[in-house]
Write a protein that binds this ligand. Structure first.
Ligand SMILES: NC(=O)c1ccc[n+]([C@@H]2O[C@H](COP(=O)([O-])OP(=O)(O)OC[C@H]3O[C@@H](n4cnc5c(N)ncnc54)[C@H](OP(=O)(O)O)[C@@H]3O)[C@@H](O)[C@H]2O)c1
Length: 265
C-alpha cells in the first residue's frame, strides 16, 4: 500500500454541500478522485449548489446535485436512489447536513426537540439505512460511512441543548453501525470543533467587536486558531481511503485541542 490518498473512481454521496464543511468535504473527495453527489435544501440553481458542482468539475470528476431535506423521513432514501441512478454505484457516504439548534434545556420546546432530533440525529441513521445495501463490500473493500458530529458530543456549554444531545447520539450510532454492519461497511464519526464558516462569521459579527471576539476564540484553542473546511475534507478523504481500513466504530475529535482544556481562565 502506498502512502497516498487514492479514491480514484469511487462514488461518494455528501449531504449539505451548499455551504461550509460539506462544501470542503466534496471538493477534497473530488481532488482524491471521487465522483460526488451532493444535496442541500436549496434549489439546483442556487450559488451554493453551483459552487459545489464547479468544485468537483475542477478536478475532472462527475458531480450531481439534488435538492433534498434529509430531516424528512423519506428523503434520505430518495436521495440515495438519485445518487445511485446518477453515479451507478455508491462507495462512500458522508452524512454531514446538520444545524445548530441551540435552545437551552429550559427553553427547548417539543417542536425544537423534534426538529433537532429529526435533522441532527435521525437523518444520519436513515441515510445509513438507505445506503447500506449499496455500500456493503467485503473485508478488503468495505463501503464507508462517515458521520459528522461535533465536539459537543462529549462536552458542551450552557444553551446548546438539544444539539449536543443529538450529536452525542451520533457517537453511539457510529458504534452500532460499525459492529452490526461490518465487515462490509466501516463507520466512523468526525467531531469538529470551531470551523471557519459563514455561520462562524455570523457568530463573530453578533459581537460589538467581531475581530476581538474572533481573536478571543482563537486564543482558546491550543493550536491558536480555528479549523478550516479543507481540514475536515482532508480527514474525510483519508478516512475513506484504504490507509484507514482499521479505523472503525470510533469518533475522532478535530478541534485543535479545544476540548482537552479543563477551563479557560
Ligand atoms: N462549523 C462548525 O464549527 C461545526 C462544528 C462542529 C460540527 N459541525 C457540524 O458540521 C456539519 C456542517 O455544518 P456547517 O457549519 O458546515 O453548516 P452550514 O455552513 O450551515 O452548512 C450546512 C449544510 O447542511 C445543509 N442542510 C441543513 N439542513 C439540511 C436539511 N434539512 N436537509 C439537507 N441539507 C441540509 C445546508 O444546505 P441548505 O442550506 O441548502 O439546506 C448546508 O449545505 C453539521 O452537521 C454541523 O453540526 C459544524
Amino acid at each position: 500500500m502506498t502512502l497516498e490518498i487514492n479514491l480514484d473512481g469511487k462514488k461518494a454521496l455528501v449531504t449539505g454541500v451548499t455551504s461550509g464543511i460539506g462544501a470542503g468535504i466534496a471538493a477534497k473527495l473530488a481532488e482524491a478522485g471521487c465522483d460526488v453527489t451532493g444535496c442541500g435544501r436549496r434549489a439546483a440553481d442556487d450559488n451554493g449548489a453551483t459552487a459545489f458542482l464547479d468544485s468537483v468539475h475542477a478536478h475532472d470528476r462527475k458531480a450531481y446535485y439534488f435538492s433534498n431535506d434529509v430531516s424528512k423521513p423519506d428523503e434520505p432514501q430518495r436521495l440515495v436512489d438519485q445518487a445511485v441512478d446518477a453515479m451507478g454505484d455508491l462507495d462512500i457516504v458522508i452524512s454531514n447536513a446538520g444545524r445548530n439548534i441551540f435552545k437551552g434545556a429550559e427553553n427547548c420546546s417539543q417542536a425544537d426537540w423534534d426538529e433537532c432530533m429529526s435533522l441532527d440525529l435521525a437523518s444520519h441513521w436513515r441515510l445509513g439505512q438507505a445506503a447500506k445495501n449499496h455500500l456493503t463490500g467485503n473485508v478488503r473493500q468495505p463501503g464507508v460511512i462517515v458521520v459528522i458530529t461535533s465536539n459537543h458530543a462529549w462536552n458542551t456549554i450552557p444553551g446548546c441543548f438539544p444539539y449536543n444531545v443529538a450529536k452525542a447520539g451520533l457517537v453511539g450510532l457510529v458504534q452500532s453501525l460499525a459492529i452490526e454492519w461490518g465487515p462490509g461497511i466501516r463507520s466512523i464519526g468526525i467531531a469538529p470543533g470551531f470551523i471557519d464558516t459563514a455561520g462562524g462569521d455570523t457568530w463573530f459579527n453578533s459581537f460589538p467587536d467581531p475581530s476581538a471576539e474572533r481573536a478571543r476564540t482563537e486564543s482558546m484553542h491550543p493550536v491558536g486558531r480555528i479549523g478550516s473546511i479543507e481540514e475536515i475534507g482532508h480527514l474525510c478523504a483519508f478516512l475513506a481511503s484504504d490507509l484507514c481500513g482499521f479505523i472503525n466504530g470510533t469518533t475522532l475529535a478535530v478541534d485543535g485541542g479545544r476540548s482537552a482544556l479543563m477551563q479557560d481562565d
